[in-house]
Each structure stands twice: as C-alpha cells, then as structure tokens.
Write a protein that binds this ligand. Structure first.
Ligand SMILES: Nc1ncnc2c1ncn2[C@@H]1O[C@H](COP(=O)(O)OP(=O)(O)O)[C@@H](O)[C@H]1O
Ligand SMILES: Nc1ccn([C@H]2C[C@H](O)[C@@H](COP(=O)(O)OP(=O)(O)O)O2)c(=O)n1
Length: 231
C-alpha cells in the first residue's frame, strides 16, 4: 500500500487554452492518451448546445431566448482521449457539431452568460470526477473554469498558420476565407464580457507556428512530467 502510494503518479489537472487552430484538441488528446489522463473538449460542449438551439428553433441571435432555453439540453461528454464522444439528449452529436452552420453561430451562443454558467458547472463536475487527472481544453479553462489547475498552457500561432491548418482539413477550402472567419471568431471570443478567451497570468505560452504537432505534444508532456515531479 505504502509502495503504491509512492509510485502512483499524482492526479494532475491540465488546462489548455488558445484560439482556434493552435492545436489544442490534437495536443490535448495526445498528451492525455500518453499520460493516461482523461480528456475534455469544452469547445465541443459549446458547439453541442449551439446545435441543439439551431435544431430546436431557438433564434440564436436573441440572447434572451438562448438564455431561457440554455437549461434544456442534456449534454453528455465522453472523457476517453482515444474515443472522443458527445451526445445531446442521448443522440450522438459528434458529426453535426462540426458543420459550418454551427461554427458560424457558436460564438454568439457561447457569449450568453446563462449558457456559460451551465456549461462551466458541467465542466467542473467532469474534472472533479476524473480521479486519475484530466486535460481540459478550451478558451477560459485556466482563467475561469479551473483557476486552480496544476498546469496551464496557452497555445498561440499566427493567423496564417492556423488558417492553413484548418483549410487542410477540408478539401477545396479557401485559405483566405478561412483566415477571415477565424479572425472574426477570435475577436468575438476575446471581446465578450463573460469569461473571454484569455491567457491566465500563470499560464505557459507556447507559440506553435513553427513547431510540428509532435514537438508541441512533447513540450506539453515534458511540462506535465515536470509538474508531477514537483519541479
Ligand atoms: N503544430 C502543428 N503543426 C501543423 N499542424 C497542426 C499543428 N497542431 C495542430 N495541427 C493541425 O491543425 C488542425 C487544427 O488543430 P486542432 O488541434 O483541432 O486545433 P484547435 O483545437 O486549437 O482548434 C488539425 O488538422 C491538426 O492536425
Ligand atoms: N472554453 C470554451 C471553449 C469554446 N468556446 C466557444 C468559442 C469557440 O469559438 C467555440 C468553438 O470552440 P472549439 O474549441 O470547438 O473551436 P475550434 O475547434 O478551436 O475552432 O466555442 C468557449 O467560449 N469557451
């Protein structure tokens, strides 16, 4: 027993924030898988609530209507980094939440304070329940959701690199239009009143513009291991 206590790695909470296309999801999933941690994609939760609003006839430009409806959908997130999953009212939402329509509406819905309160509670519950530690990625994890996280990382990259990465995911995508849409979404996410996209004062900033994904993963794994070793 004494031995197990000495050798078992401490549960660690890692917050990874940053704008779209900086590599949050890919990095977080890989780091969690390598280190045996749980994983939570909080952007997927905001996308899921947005998708529910759109499919249930809620006018997403009407903040009061969004606030009133915000308690209704039942959102369930998986935390296995090798099989990310999300359901809304029991229905698999992993495909529909990635559509262009959801992407273009998600910033408006996620700016509504009642939506943030609801989703933040869900996120804290999931982090509390993850006994072995968790990597949580989003926009306000280090500043608002889990300000006591053991390690906070803020990923950045140039708008050009981010647009090139995002367009690489879609055949025939227009890089200039993708870049414009990214910049618009960053501005909305950084400019909202309630818990905007921001770097926590104690976060480690990693500029991924000239790094490969493997280099970013290695860098974050090293930071987590150092934290666990008490360095
Ligand atoms: N350092 C990197 N270099 C090149 N491509 C990357 C890098 N990091 C991520 N990508 C790719 O960029 C795209 C967006 O990455 P993703 O992890 O979804 O970013 P985010 O979650 O920050 O929006 C994915 O196709 C991913 O494979
Ligand atoms: N913690 C979070 C995570 C995402 N959001 C909002 C703002 C983002 O534009 C959307 C979508 O986030 P997501 O991480 O899926 O976006 P990308 O895949 O990086 O483009 O959700 C948020 O407000 N707070």
């Amino acid at each position: 027993m004494e031995n197990a206590a000495r050798t078992a790695p401490a549960a660690v909470i890692v917050a990874i924030d940053g704008p779209s296309g900086t590599g949050k999801s890919s990095t977080s999933r890989a780091v969690a898988a390598k280190l045996g941690l749980s994983y939570l994609d909080t952007g997927a939760q905001y996308r899921a609530i947005t998708w529910w609003m759109l499919t249930n006839g809620v006018d997403v430009t009407d903040a009061a209507a969004v606030a009133t409806a915000s308690a209704k959908p039942v959102i369930d997130s998986g935390t296995d980094p090798s099989a990310p999953a999300i359901t809304v009212d029991g229905q698999d939402a992993s495909g529909p939440i990635r559509t262009q329509e959801v992407t273009s509406r998600v910033s408006a819905v996620s700016a509504v304070p009642e939506v943030r309160t609801r989703i933040t509670e869900l996120q804290r519950e999931i982090a509390r329940a993850a006994g072995g530690g968790i990597v949580v990625e989003g926009r306000d994890i280090g500043t608002t959701v889990l300000p006591g996280a053991d390690l906070k990382i803020f990923l950045t990259a140039s708008a050009e690199a981010r647009a090139a990465r995002r367009s690489g995911e879609t055949k025939g995508a227009d890089v200039a239009a993708t870049k414009e849409a990214l910049i618009k979404r960053d501005a909305a996410d950084s400019g909202r009143k309630t818990s905007p996209l921001a770097k926590a004062d104690d976060a480690v900033e990693v500029d991924t513009t000239d790094l490969t994904l493997d280099q970013v993963i290695e860098c974050v794994v090293t930071l987590v291991e150092e934290k666990r070793a008490g360095k």
